[in-house]
Structures are given as C-alpha cells and as structure tokens.
Ligand binder design. Structure first.
Ligand SMILES: *Cc1c(COP(=O)(O)O)cnc(C)c1O
Length: 360
C-alpha cells in the first residue's frame, strides 16, 4: 500500500522562502511616542485587521507589556481571535452590535461601540448590565449616531465607558474639517456623560493635545506608517519583508524580462529572481523601477512586471548575491506609498499569508 505522508512531515521546521521581520522594540518605541504626544490622555492601540497585518495577538501582547491598556478591533471575529482578555485590559469592537453579535458580546468583557439607534436598542434589549462605548458621527458620515440623536435622550440609561468620534481629514493639518469636527465633538461631550472621550487616531494625535481628550487610538503610526507631516522622522519602521533569491541569471543585451516583455536590457544585466509576488501583497504597482531591494544599503530596482509569486531585480551592482541569499525588500511605507500610489494602510494590510512571520 502506498501511504504517503503530507509534505513536510518528518522534516524539520517548515522554512518559507519569504519572511516578514517585525521589530518589537520599534513597535513599542512608536507607541511610547504616541503616548508622549497624547499628553495627559491615555494612549490605546488600534489592532483591527489582525494588527494591520502583523498579528493582533503579537501586537497586543507587546504593547500590553509596555503599558498599553486599551485596544480596538473592528469585528467580534477579531475580538474572539484575541483570546481571553487579561485583567486590566480593555477591548472595544468598533463595528458595534449586529443581531448576530449579541451572544458573543454577552459572553465576554469586550465592549461594543454602538453606532446607530438600532444598536443602542439592541444593547438595551440584550439585558447586558455593563458598560458599552458609543460612536458619534461628527462629519465623516461613516459610522455613528448623529449629534442630534446623541442629545435626544436615546442614550439615557446606558453606562458609557468611552464616547468616540473619528476624524476624516486629520492627515491634512490645515483642513477646516478638523476644527469643525472638534467643535461638534465638544458640544456632544458637554451633553452626554461618559467615563472617557476619544477623538484622535494616529494623525489626530499629531494635531495636538486639544484633540487628545482622555484616550487616543493610534493604529498606522504604531506600525511605522507616517500618519501626518508632524510625525515625519519620529517613528521607526516595524515591518521588513525579505525574500530568497531562487535563481540568478545574466540577461544579455537586448533580451527582455518577465510577462509582457516590458523590460529590455540595454546591456548585459545580472538579475536575481526573488520568491515574492503580488499574491504576497507585493502588487504590480511595484513593477519596473517603482519597487526595489536593499542589498548592503544599495538600492536594486525591480525589472519588468511583478508576477504572482516572483519578481526580478537588477543585481548588476551587487555581484556577490548568490542563489539562496535572503534579500531585503525596501518597504519604507511613506516612500513606497509615494512610489506606488498605494496607501500606507494598504501596504501593511495586503501582505499575504505565505510569509514566515518573525518577531525580532
Ligand atoms: C482604524 C481606526 C483608528 C486608527 O486609525 P489610524 O489612522 O490607523 O491611526 C482609530 N479609530 C477608529 C474608529 C478607526 O477605525
């Protein structure tokens, strides 16, 4: 009988040809920067979308060890995936409370962020006898009660831990919407009692302490993104992708590289083929000179199109690179965003499942 074991059984640890290194010290330093910039306000952390792609549990554990107490996820699936909540930690579920969410909301300590009159009614009807959070829409027209609804008596009888709103244009410090939203939020604050008030995301913290209230909620900046001009040069990169060179070749003068034959070698070119492609979030926006690898500080540009699982880079100036070498991909979020037109958020959250994820 031919009994085959699954590939990998009996072999030592699986070794992926691509890897994400996450810098724990940089993550913590970034959170401390936001905590200091938040002044007297407590600084929390947005860890939705699996910690912006880094792994929500790993981020939560590292930031909790550094003193962060307040965490934000989008959905109850994300809340459950975090596992039990340690004493002293607080978890808010930003998308609130659908009918389907009620059993899970009642089963654990996470708080729903109630966004609509229906959600308020659903929470009251659920029989829950503990605190919730409430989102006010102050102009973004995304989630939240209108200021009029908030003042209408609808919230009477609720035990509100945190009253939140969210800024639409905080990454543009001069945008008039920031002051308008601040004004509206203050007027709701005066009318609705809550233990804490919270308005600022990463970019909101950069607008100054008038925006900090009692609790801030940075996400992007914790992970090394530059949320607003005020944070330029203040935050450390956290995510470093690496891919293995699985073949080295010389492309003769006049020959082409990759799908569509979009790159033609003007002279004989030494090329490394890396095990990384758009299925790993290294999207085609990085093709032909917009993406680059970093080899001993030297920038080696992408040649031709990015394939699903492979990308070619020019290593003519890095002759020591050999088959099997690990190559770092330049993933500076701010400059990669400028080069590709992808947002820093998309760059973080699109990194795929095939990487070995290593906290260092
Ligand atoms: C995502 C999110 C945040 C964090 O935003 P960043 O721009 O990543 O800092 C804060 N608050 C709410 C309501 C969010 O949805």
């Amino acid at each position: 009988m031919d009994v085959r074991l699954p590939i990998g059984v009996g072999v030592t640890a699986p070794v992926s040809p691509l890897r994400l290194d996450f810098d724990s010290a940089a993550l913590v330093a970034n959170w401390r920067w936001f905590a200091a910039a938040s002044g007297r306000a407590v600084c929390g952390a947005a860890i939705k979308a699996d910690g912006y792609g880094l792994g929500a549990r790993a981020v939560r554990d590292r930031l909790a060890a550094a003193g962060c107490r307040d965490f934000f996820v989008a959905t109850w699936d994300e809340a459950v995936a975090l596992g039990p909540l340690a004493d002293g930690l607080s978890l808010s579920v930003l998308h609130g409370l659908r009918d389907e969410d009620v059993p899970r909301a009642l089963a654990g300590p996470a708080r729903p962020v109630l966004n609509s009159a229906q959600m308020v009614a659903r929470w009251k009807a659920s029989g829950a006898r503990r605190a919730c959070d409430v989102m006010i829409d102050t102009g973004m027209n995304r989630l939240g009660l209108t200021p009029e609804e908030a003042r209408s008596g609808l919230l009477d009888g609720l035990d509100i831990d945190t009253l939140l709103s969210h800024l639409a244009c905080a990454d543009e410090p001069g945008h008039p919407m920031n002051e308008q939203q601040l004004f509206t939020f203050r007027s709701v604050k005066a009318a609705v009692p809550a233990r804490r008030y919270s308005l600022a995301n990463s970019a909101g913290v950069c607008l100054g302490q008038r925006y900090a209230f009692g609790l801030t909620r940075p996400g992007l900046g914790l992970y090394g993104g530059v949320p607003a001009p005020g944070a330029d040069g203040q935050l450390h990169p956290v995510v470093r992708p690496h891919a293995q060179a699985i073949q080295i070749r010389i492309v003769p003068q006049g020959a082409t590289v990759g799908y569509g034959a979009t790159f033609t070698a003007a002279a004989a070119t030494r090329v490394a083929i890396l095990n990384l492609g758009y299925a790993d979030g290294y999207l085609r926006a990085f093709g032909e000179g917009r993406g680059r690898a970093l080899i001993d500080g030297l920038a080696c540009p992408v040649l031709g199109r990015v394939s699903m699982d492979l990308v070619a880079i020019d290593i003519t100036e890095a002759p020591a690179v050999a088959e099997g070498d690990w190559i770092e991909i330049d993933y500076d979020l701010s400059s990669a965003s400028a080069a590709t037109g992808l947002s820093q958020y998309e760059l973080l959250t699109s990194l795929g499942r095939r990487y070995q994820r290593c906290w260092i």
